[in-house]
Design a protein around this ligand. Structure first.
Ligand SMILES: Nc1ncnc2c1ncn2[C@@H]1O[C@H](COP(=O)(O)OP(=O)(O)O)[C@@H](O)[C@H]1O
Ligand SMILES: [Mg+2]
Length: 502
């Protein structure tokens, strides 16, 4: 029996056809992956199923019966629950309180005991490992996610939608989550799992639907397909995997952190060296000091303890502008805040951060001609899809914006590149381009520090890896020395026994 059948779903946001006539079917008691690149309409489709958005047209059948779902309460009444990308928990309440919040009915005290029993029964039945009386604020991300899943079960969900649930997890936490989901399936639940990750799709699902640009382009039983075919379907063409060549000779140390304390809670300080001709990858779950590291190196956060050296001279007291003038190129994790002005043209964006650079500024005048030439050149090199360099950067896709920023930074021939979350939110085409460019820069002898929450990105591109945990470096090693699982343990706080290879 079909648990869900959505037919002819259309949903537009202004000119964007986020869902363009989607037919989507999920069978009872299967784990179904909804796979697609960023911005292809996955969340939109599931938000429609959960009653958060209303389709412009199309129909929904739940257990073969036509359904009208105008809000999440309707969805729950039909047995549909959803775990969103961003958790909706109250930090100061306990796990139990969060689960029963808003769902306590009738006399408070009497029902509280009943509610607790019901939650305990669910925890037992589905094999969750969780302390119901712990405050949510003290939980790891993986645990918080379990609370969200329990919330859907408590509200009677039979069909559970999870929107990109692994983005914030360590590899071990991903495994734990998969165990829970398999267990739920064995107990009769139906799971819809949104992702853009191929390996997860293959490891977890029974069936797969691929969507591209708002349309379903492929459906298959998982056992009848493979990663390569899925990648091709997702992107619409063959994709190559880009991996660093090992064994390039490295040169002198270009950038060095010496005993820098990233935040006050961190017990240990951080020391790192990045040499010419190498990529040092910073792995770790988001929020473990990566932001502080990025901001201290570029100059957006004060260094209170320790020193940062560029070409062996301290830079921690310099302005961002002066650091860049020394030869630091910067791809920030938040490009909207730190690397572009949406309402400015591409040419104008080429000036950002380089207002006083001698290439563009002579006797106090900006050389717009040179600026425009450089912008045009990089638009060509990076095959950036624009009407012209006078177009506002805010109108471009994330991938094209990132290429503009990369082009700008490279055109100043930096010695050191600080690159943070460079492919977040980008489509595969742009990801390939960014990754190729980083490897090319390495070949040219640049020193590169790559901060990324995507472990596969760090492992594919880096020569050495440092893992961050709670503002400290829990391990530092030559790429290849540890497996993905071992790195996962460092990401969860395990310390490397002998730290080497700084
Ligand atoms: N609330 C909204 N308002 C305007 N545009 C939206 C909204 N939600 C999604 N979109 C647009 O719809 C498209 C599909 O988005 P989404 O469903 O979030 O994709 P996915 O989940 O596959 O990454 C994107 O172009 C996105 O910008
Ligand atoms: Mg989404």
């Amino acid at each position: 029996m079909d648990a869900i059948r959505m037919t002819g779903i259309v949903k537009c946001f202004g000119p964007v056809r986020a869902n363009d006539g989607i037919n989507f079917t999920v069978k009872r008691q299967e784990i179904h992956c909804l796979l697609g690149e960023n911005g292809t309409g996955k969340s939109t489709l599931m938000n429609i199923l959960f009653g958060l958005y209303h389709p412009d047209s199309g129909e929904i059948y739940i257990n073969e019966k036509k359904a009208a779902i105008s809000n999440p309460n309707d969805a729950y009444a039909l047995g549909i629950g959803m775990v969103h990308q961003h958790f909706m928990l109250v930090n100061q309440l306990t796990v139990l309180e969060n689960i029963i919040l808003g769902k306590e009915s009738g006399g408070l005290f009497l029902d509280r005991k009943k509610s607790q029993e019901k939650v305990e029964e669910l925890v037992e039945r589905f094999g969750f490992k969780i302390d119901l009386h712990e405050k949510v604020v003290n939980l790891s991300v993986g645990m918080k996610q379990r609370v969200e899943i329990l919330k859907t079960l408590y509200r009677g969900a039979d069909i559970i939608i999870l929107d990109e649930p692994t983005a914030v997890l360590t590899p071990q936490e991903v495994e734990e989550l998969f165990k829970i989901l398999r267990h739920l399936k064995e107990s009769g639940k139906t799971i819809i799992f949104i992702t853009h990750k191929l390996n997860e799709t293959m490891a977890l699902s029974d069936r797969i639907t691929v969507i591209r640009k708002g349309k379903v382009v492929f459906e298959s039983n998982t056992c009848d397909t493979n990663e390569k075919e899925l990648a091709t379907q997702m992107v619409g063409r063959q994709v190559e995997s880009i991996i660093t060549e090992k064994g390039q000779k490295t040169g002198e140390v270009v950038l060095e952190l010496k005993n820098v304390r990233l935040h006050e809670r961190a017990g240990e300080t951080v020391s790192l060296k990045v040499r010419a001709g190498e990529i040092l990858g910073i792995a770790g779950v988001d929020g473990n000091g990566q932001q502080e590291l990025e901001e201290m190196i570029i100059g957006n956060r004060e260094v209170k303890e320790g020193t940062i050296l560029m070409n062996n001279a301290p830079i921690e007291h310099m302005s961002v502008k002066d650091r860049k003038a020394l030869g630091i190129g910067y791809i920030p994790s938040d490009r909207h805040k730190n690397a572009m002005v949406s309402s400015f043209s591409i040419t104008e964006n080429f000036l950002l951060g380089y207002q006083e650079a001698p290439e563009y500024c002579r006797n106090g005048f900006i050389d717009y001609k040179k600026l425009e030439q450089d912008a045009k050149k990089q638009v060509e090199v990076f095959e950036i899809k624009v009407a012209g360099v006078e177009q506002e950067i805010g109108q471009l896709s994330g991938g094209n914006q990132q290429k503009v920023i990369l082009g700008r930074e490279i055109s100043h021939d930096p010695r050191f590149m600080l690159v943070a979350q460079p492919v977040r939110g980008l489509d595969i085409g742009a990801i390939e381009r960014v990754h190729k460019t980083l490897l090319e820069l390495k070949r040219q002898g640049k020193a590169i520090l790559l901060i990324s929450a995507e472990l596969s990105e760090v492992m594919n591109l880096s020569d050495r890896i440092a893992v961050m945990y709670e503002g400290e470096v829990s391990a530092q090693f030559v790429n290849g020395e540890y497996t993905k699982e071992e790195i996962g343990l460092f990401m969860a706080g395990k310390k490397q026994e002998v730290k080497g290879n700084e």
